[in-house]
Design a protein around this ligand. Structure first.
Ligand code: TXA
Ligand code: MG
Length: 349
């Protein structure tokens, strides 16, 4: 299949890009899948109300069928046809964070496609904060089921080039709206329990959620690998480049030692570090990709997936990554890094 590509402008997509959006909308009405930018990562969108369209998402990504999708909407009123009843905590979170990088798991209404929810009786919904995503859904007049627009197991795409790398020829269309902002996927919060539970950490932090609804819990599976995650997607290996990733938890001297040992073993070494760490390390790494600054971890979130993907264009044998404090957005960053590393962590004694 030929993938139709459109460059779109983020300033006023309605006015400037109407013809492109209209073409994309026509494809969506034909049950085809179209990738589009959101404020977190690129999404792979299809009509959430069509089984055929939703099945095509799973095919294009090679996604296991037991991993449910997030439904994207533009207006709160769309919830009525998707959700059985709206818990009070959900109301408050919607008020505070939509549109934005927060997905709510809610009781599903009968009639919603079982393919979208992978047979669960709950449905995950979010309203993205991106002008192109919102305009596309408005023009199509459809809620869009959309996972991240990467092949299953690869890092999520933060540019149209990443989507192209994974899915060119496998999808009907790709709207290129430049780089996404947040860089990590939305926070997923289960609102079907008395106390809301974070199933996947993301751009909206636990502290921010608690300011709005009081106590918030964290799925035990996020803290220890002994528990099965309640968000099916969290059990799969994710975000991994081709070369094995190891997380290095220790001082700069310790990091230098680890790199030096690998070099003595004639390995080609890739380093994934912040600007500050790069400046302090001995220059022994063969390929160094930086991801933002320690002073502002949101810059690390923005650049993490691009940095991880960039190693695939190199021939490094091993990748050593810096670790981050599990505070604020650092929780989401470490969640993704631990998955990319398959939980291989080298800790200083
Ligand atoms: O930022 C994002 O959330 C991006 C953009 C495109 O919106 N989307 C995204 O979708 O990351 P995806 O499919 O890659 O991740 C969706 C996550 C998975 O971990 C899935 O298991 C979980 O949400 N999920 C979906 N429906 C669920 C449900 N009913 N209950 C629990 N977890 C659910
Ligand atoms: Mg994904």
């Amino acid at each position: 299949m030929e993938t139709k590509k459109w460059i779109v402008d983020n300033t006023d997509p309605f006015k400037i890009n109407y013809p492109q959006l209209k073409e994309a909308a026509v494809l969506l009405h034909q049950d085809q899948v179209v990738a589009f930018p959101t404020e977190t990562v690129y999404g792979l969108g299809a009509n959430a109300l069509s089984d055929q369209a939703v099945l095509r998402i799973f095919q294009a990504k090679g996604r296991p069928s037991d991993n449910p999708l997030i439904v994207h909407i533009t207006k709160k009123e769309q919830l009525t046809s998707l959700v059985d009843n709206l818990p009070q905590a959900a109301e408050q979170l919607i008020e505070a964070f939509w549109p934005g990088p927060l997905t709510l798991v809610l009781p599903k209404k009968d009639g919603v496609s079982a393919y979208v929810t992978a047979g669960l009786d709950t449905i995950a919904i979010r309203m993205p904060d991106h002008p192109v995503a919102l305009a596309l859904m408005e023009v199509a007049g459809l809620p869009l089921a959309a996972p991240s627009a990467n092949l299953s197991g690869k890092p999520s795409p933060t540019t149209a080039a990443h989507v192209d790398e994974d899915l060119n020829g496998k999808i009907a269309g790709l709207l290129d709206g430049g780089s996404t902002g947040v860089g990590l996927e939305s926070t997923v919060v289960d609102c079907t329990t008395n106390i809301p539970v974070i199933l996947r950490p993301g751009g909206v932090t636990k502290e921010q959620l608690e300011e709005v609804v009081g106590q918030v819990e964290v799925d035990p599976a996020l803290k220890s690998q002994e528990h099965a995650p309640k968000s099916p997607g969290m059990k799969y290996t994710h975000y991994a480049p081709i070369a094995p990733v190891f997380l290095v938890d220790g001082t700069i001297d310790f990091f230098n030692e680890i790199v030096h040992t690998a070099k003595k073993e004639h390995k080609k070494v890739g380093l994934l570090v912040t600007e500050e760490t790069k400046a302090l390390l001995n220059q022994e790494g063969d390929v160094v990709h930086t991801c933002g600054t320690k002073n502002d971890l949101s810059t690390v979130a923005t650049h993490l997936y691009d940095a991880l993907r960039s190693f695939n264009a190199t021939d490094v044998d091993i990748i050593y990554s810096e670790t981050f404090p599990k505070e604020g957005v650092g929780v989401a960053i470490m969640n993704r890094l631990e998955k990319a590393a398959g939980h291989k962590i080298i800790k200083m004694k």
